[in-house]
Design a protein around this ligand. Structure first.
Ligand code: F6R
Length: 363
């Protein structure tokens, strides 16, 4: 069942390149054209997007917001389903509401989507369980092709949700003509190259991260920093660590550090910074250096090739350089591995962490 892996979570982390290949095979043709197989009434004339989700799916939604706003210029809000259902934002015309849920059974997400539907919004569900309850509520379903996930900590389903947001944003960029066709095609080609990069990360880093994990057996707090499209990945890295290793961890947009959280830093609080070449690269590196000046141990998810990154970080978890906007699909992997290895090293039940369930079917 676990095919030689110690836990389902590790198996599912390793399944991610395959999940991305399967998603691309389903929704992109040989000429690199995207077809999400959704009716035009779902995607035509959208002026606003509201995304509803919980937990890790909410983090995928935040990446989705970045893509929809930066690539398609559609105002997008991301709501916790548990908040939306009691305080929905004003009802706007031509709004697409997207519910994102791995299990398809999260009570809050279902109730929130049901409310959106009753307000007359068109509702799209993004899930790997099209046969689940969300299939009955949403007008249409985008099946992420990730299949069933067994480990409680979401990994491959998150990756598949990310891919769906890239494809959705590129499809809408084409409809709204906010990107030239060549630029869309280039990004699709970039997506196609990701699985091989992911395999390289998985092969090259597993041992190093396993050893690194030993240094954090007694650590009580972690801070994760990211900016722009990688800010949600900082949140996701922190959530993975909390869930399975029971270590307190917080994700912040790196530029917010100096507005309070920096007071937490000392030699006992390691800082993980996601720094990938692009618009905010130097900014994140300088935020990381500020943390270092407070004696924090610095772990960088950053390119191997850059001497500045090499010098800045005490520990480097290298990721290949890709278009910045595509980088979340790579940067999340070392963070999943790190959370896994720390929890495994602590001897915890990685696949079934305490107090958590795979489907949260109660409010
Ligand atoms: C994270 C995790 C939870 C879920 C959340 C939403 O690893 O397992 O945070 O992401 O409960 O679940 P779904 O996606 O099933 O709605």
């Amino acid at each position: 069942e676990k095919q030689g892996f110690r836990h389902y979570m590790l198996k599912e982390i390793h399944e991610q390149p395959g999940v991305v290949r399967a998603g691309l095979a389903s929704f992109v043709n040989e000429a690199d054209r995207i077809n999400l197989k959704l009716p035009d009434r779902i995607l035509d004339q959208i002026q606003n997007v509201q995304i509803l989700a919980c937990g890790t799916s909410w983090h995928a939604a935040l990446v989705g917001k970045y893509l929809l706003e930066q690539l398609v210029h559609i105002p997008t809000s991301v709501q916790y389903a548990s908040e939306y259902r009691y305080a929905p934002p004003p009802n706007l015309p031509n709004t697409l509401v997207i519910g994102v849920t791995q299990s398809g059974e999260t009570a809050d997400t279902l109730a929130a989507l049901d409310l959106a539907k009753s307000r007359g919004d068109r509702c799209l569900g993004i899930t790997n369980r099209p046969e689940s309850s969300i299939g009955r509520i949403a007008d249409s379903i985008l099946d992420t092709q990730a299949g069933i996930e067994i480990g409680v900590a979401a990994t491959k389903t998150f990756m598949a949700q990310l891919l769906m947001f890239y494809l959705l944003a590129l499809d809408l960029a084409d409809r709204h003509q906010t990107m030239p066709p060549d630029a869309i095609k280039d990004m699709v080609i970039g997506l196609r190259q990701l699985p091989a990069h992911m395999e390289r990360i998985l092969e090259s880093q597993e041992r190093y991260i396993e050893q690194l994990a030993h240094s954090f057996t007694h650590t009580r707090d972690f801070i994760y920093l990211g900016r722009g499209v990688n800010f949600p990945i900082a949140l996701e890295g922190a959530l993975k660590l909390k869930e399975i290793s029971y270590i307190h961890a917080e994700g912040y947009p790196a530029g917010e550090m100096k507005h309070g959280p920096i007071a937490l830093l000392d030699e006992d609080v390691p800082v993980v910074a996601i720094a990938t070449p692009g618009k905010v690269y130097e900014k994140v590196l300088s935020n990381a250096q500020e943390a270092k000046a407070r004696d924090a141990q610095l772990i960088g998810v950053a390119p191997l090739e850059d001497p500045v990154a090499n010098e800045t970080f005490d520990h480097l978890l290298p990721v290949p350089i890709v278009d910045e906007i595509l980088s979340p699909m790579l940067t999340v992997i070392p963070l999943q591995l790190m959370a896994y290895q720390i929890a495994a090293h602590r001897g915890l039940d990685v696949d079934q962490p305490r107090n958590l369930a795979k489907s949260v079917t109660v409010e």
